[in-house]
Design a protein around this ligand. Structure first.
Ligand code: F6R
Length: 589
């Protein structure tokens, strides 16, 4: 989703702004732009498409020491040059991440005041609003305080006012923004990777605060100067480079054994369990929602607690039935997903206990939840989640396991054996990652449609496999409960239709065997992912994965699904790390 960068300091600004924008490319975007000050004049350059288009139109060595930049993921208005940020109205130039909900109302008022608009964005309206208020107050701090009272929706803004050509102002509400610091150089950014080439030290801008960056960096709250705690990024900065791999996605999959180790180690130290709860809602979006489905199976089966899993965009608008001893778990890699954050707030408003399972430290969800368990995936750059999904699944599996033990539903020996088996799993996924999946990908990549099948736990996994494939390869794929296929959809199976059948659930494998046969009888080409040998007539290709136990088997199964998706996307010539129209951090609803 939209990415904001800004720089003011001692160095030439354009190379820094461009590098920082490139570091945010993973968030997804369809146009990019930069505004910089040279000889007190503002210059704005915007281009549709990739950052390289913008780069080609800049003279990189320009004598400028401050500017703001933006990658735009279109919401209001098509992705063209006019709608691209930065937007300038009167004395104000700004970049924005988020959505202003009352922009239409504000636009009408501003039109009455004589403002005209070139594009269709909510951002241009905010630029005009700030200009209008500034023309009266001639004071940026007072202006920004007033502006925030008038805006409904979510935002992070980087702002330049023509009267202060050496200053960047920044404010935010519900969209992330950090302020990086290195000696006399100051940065603004939507996310830490944007500044890591320059500094690891940063401030987290909070709601209602105004950051003023020029030859120093000052923070204000309601007009009063405030002190803030300087934070330091503790991660490994190699996580934001490809380390020799062609794609971040491949690099991140190769990190999965290590992520599994780290997650297990982290969870061994974690004291939280579901012991005190009689029911649980798991709320999330996309892959994180699929994690919830795997978690549901394990928590219900082993910890004996009923679990309701819902996508956050639905959950946040439906009737709420607060219950006693009820826990709401929100799962999010980015910790910034707008719908998940709103669901969390709703749960809190209803006085329910909340747990966030989050990858990005100090993200909005991490800070908002009553309790947070961090997943140990490290920064994930590829838009399609792989290692963070693995870490989420592992975290929920371990919570189910620990609760089962604490509730005396599992003996100590068994508990310890399963706990140890996660480490065995880490070694085994290392081997699985090195198997050849190009053979299966070759069978798939020229097709237009594919089915993923599974029952129970296998269905939860199939949903993730299907999402992974379609989002990066643009090959249409549908996940189906194996037993449901014959109720309509099997009519779509024809000669050579690829069908990936996930079959790791021992209790119902024989049923899936029959369903595979039904598909094959209609010409479907069945690739089975199983942890045991299968009858020869129930598959065309069998990917055998290790059989460990119900807690670790799901982690094994996701490796071939992710790998097949990667190779299919590669063979189809897709932009694997940055699939079209998608964003890594979905900060709008
Ligand atoms: C798919 C994918 C998305 C995210 C979803 C939620 O590969 O990455 O479906 O899982 O957008 O994002 P987070 O986990 O950041 O809340």
């Amino acid at each position: 989703m939209c990415g904001i960068v800004g720089y003011v300091g001692q160095k030439k600004a354009l190379p820094i702004l461009l590098n920082s924008l490139k570091a945010l490319e993973y968030r997804g975007y369809d146009s990019a732009g930069i505004a910089y000050i040279k000889d007190k004049d503002i210059h704005i350059i915007k281009k549709q498409g990739k950052i390289k288009n913008l780069e080609q139109s800049l003279s990189i060595d320009e004598d400028t020491y401050m500017g703001i930049g933006h990658t735009r993921w279109a919401t209001h208005g098509i992705p063209n040059e006019i709608n691209a940020h930065p937007h300038k109205v009167g004395k104000i130039t700004l970049v924005h991440n988020g959505i202003i909900e009352n922009y239409e109302e504000l636009r009408q008022e501003l039109v009455k005041d004589g403002y005209t608009f070139k594009g269709e964005t909510d951002t241009e309206v905010v630029a005009a609003l700030i200009d209008k208020i500034y023309q009266k107050k001639h004071d940026m701090l007072k202006t920004l305080d007033k502006v925030t009272n008038k805006l409904e929706g979510t935002y992070a803004f980087g702002i330049i006012c023509e009267d202060y050509p050496d200053t960047i102002y920044a404010i935010r509400k519900d969209s992330p923004l950090i302020i990086g610091v290195k000696d006399k150089d100051y940065f603004i950014a939507s996310d830490v990777p944007a500044i890591l080439n320059y500094t690891r030290e940063y401030y987290l801008l909070e709601q209602g605060e105004v950051a003023v960056l020029n030859n120093t960096c000052t923070f204000y709250m309601k007009g009063q100067e405030i002190n803030k705690e300087l934070k330091s990024f503790e991660g490994d900065s190699s996580s934001v480079s490809k380390n020799g791999y062609d794609h971040f996605m491949m690099k991140e999959m190769m990190e999965e054994p290590d992520v599994l180790h780290k997650t297990v180690h982290h969870m061994k130290e974690e004291s939280f369990t579901f012991m005190n709860y009689q029911s649980i809602d798991i709320v999330a979006c996309g892959s994180a929602y699929h994690t919830g489905l795997v978690g549901k199976y394990l928590i219900e089966q082993y910890a004996d607690i009923p679990v309701n899993v819902e996508v956050a965009s639905e959950y946040r608008y439906k009737k709420f039935f607060p219950k006693k001893n009820h826990l709401v778990i929100v799962i999010s890699q980015s910790g910034e997903t707008a719908d998940t954050l709103a669901a969390l707030k709703l749960a809190k408003e209803n006085n329910l206990d909340t747990l966030g399972i989050v990858n990005v430290k100090e993200s909005s969800i991490a800070r908002e939840a009553d309790r947070v368990i961090y997943t140990m995936a490290g920064p994930e750059i590829a838009v399609a989640t792989t290692k963070a999904y693995l870490a989420q699944v592992t975290t929920l599996s371990l919570l189910a396991l620990k609760t089962a033990y604490e509730k005396n539903l599992m003996k100590k020996d068994e508990y310890e054996e399963i706990l140890h088996s996660f480490d065995v799993g880490a070694v085994k996924i290392g081997k699985l990652l090195n198997k050849d999946y190009e053979k299966q990908a070759k069978k798939i990549y020229k097709k237009n449609d594919l089915f993923y099948l599974g029952r129970g736990l296998d269905y939860a996994l199939a949903m993730e496999g299907s999402l992974k494939l379609k989002e990066i390869s643009y090959l249409h794929s549908e996940a189906y409960a194996s037993g449901e296929l014959k109720h309509g959809t099997i009519s779509l199976v024809e000669d050579g239709t690829p069908v990936i059948s996930v079959m790791i659930d021992d209790h119902i494998r024989s049923k899936s065997v029959s369903n595979n046969k039904e598909v094959r009888a209609r010409g479907g080409y069945v690739i089975a992912i199983s942890n045991t040998e299968l009858p020869n007539d129930s598959y065309d290709d069998l990917i055998l994965i290790p059989q460990i136990n119900d807690f670790v088997n799901p982690i094994m199964a996701l490796i071939p699904m992710q790998m097949i998706s990667y190779y299919v996307a590669k063979m189809r010539g897709c932009d694997i790390d940055k699939p079209k129209n998608l964003a890594k951090s979905v900060t709008v609803e």
